[in-house]
Design a protein around this ligand. Structure first.
Ligand code: SF4
Length: 188
């Protein structure tokens, strides 16, 4: 699904999908490399999370994999419809182009509040595998698990925040409305 979005983005520069308020960022074309840069580390994080949790329970790892997909769909349905980038190709990760296919637009004035309320849905994608990894390292240590944990931590806690802050969201015109960017700005 992501591939179809990214190819559309590369094939239809400057195209606006929906009827959104006129703003320069809405007609901006996000390049394919940026969409991939935003999504590939997240996909890797999900796969690593499944592999880590598999060491605890194969069933739990399958449930976790399903949850990661559910959290992404939840994001499309509960956050993106309120965003100024909904229905445009200006969204750095391409969700703004996918969300309108399944969910209708909502009031963008509520974006900040809605974002804060719903972002929690993605937190388990980071902290459940990390917690399981720590538990397994203490109780069933293996070098394989240690390597998985290090890669997971570097991608999840360093690379993904760095990409969001310095590349994907860096030049976003609505970054002041975004609680995620507010958190990162406070850290500076
Ligand atoms: S910028 Fe964020 S909230 Fe807005 S459409 Fe893209 S993924 Fe959704």
């Amino acid at each position: 699904m992501e591939q179809s979005v990214t190819s559309k983005i590369s094939q239809e520069p400057e195209k606006q999908i929906g009827n959104v308020a006129d703003a320069s960022c809405h007609t901006r074309r996000i390049p394919l490399w940026l969409v991939l840069l935003d999504n590939i580390p997240t996909l890797l994080l999900f796969i690593l999370g499944v592999l880590i949790i598999y060491g605890l329970s194969p069933l739990f790892s399958i449930l976790f994999g399903v949850y990661t997909l559910f959290s992404v769909v939840w994001f499309w349905g509960k956050i993106c419809p309120y965003c100024h980038h909904y229905g445009t190709y200006a969204c750095p990760c391409g969700y703004g182009a996918i969300s309108p296919k399944f969910f209708s637009r909502k009031d963008s004035k509520s974006f900040k509040k809605v974002f804060r309320r719903n972002l929690v849905i993605v937190f388990p994608n980071w902290f459940v595998p990390f917690g399981v990894a720590l538990y397994l390292l203490l109780t069933h240590y293996t070098t394989y698990l240690l390597v998985l944990t290090i890669i997971f931590s570097v991608i999840g806690f360093i690379i993904i925040p760095f990409i969001s802050k310095e590349v994907g969201c860096k030049n976003c015109e609505i970054r002041d409305d975004c609680p995620w960017m507010a958190i990162n700005t406070k850290k500076d």
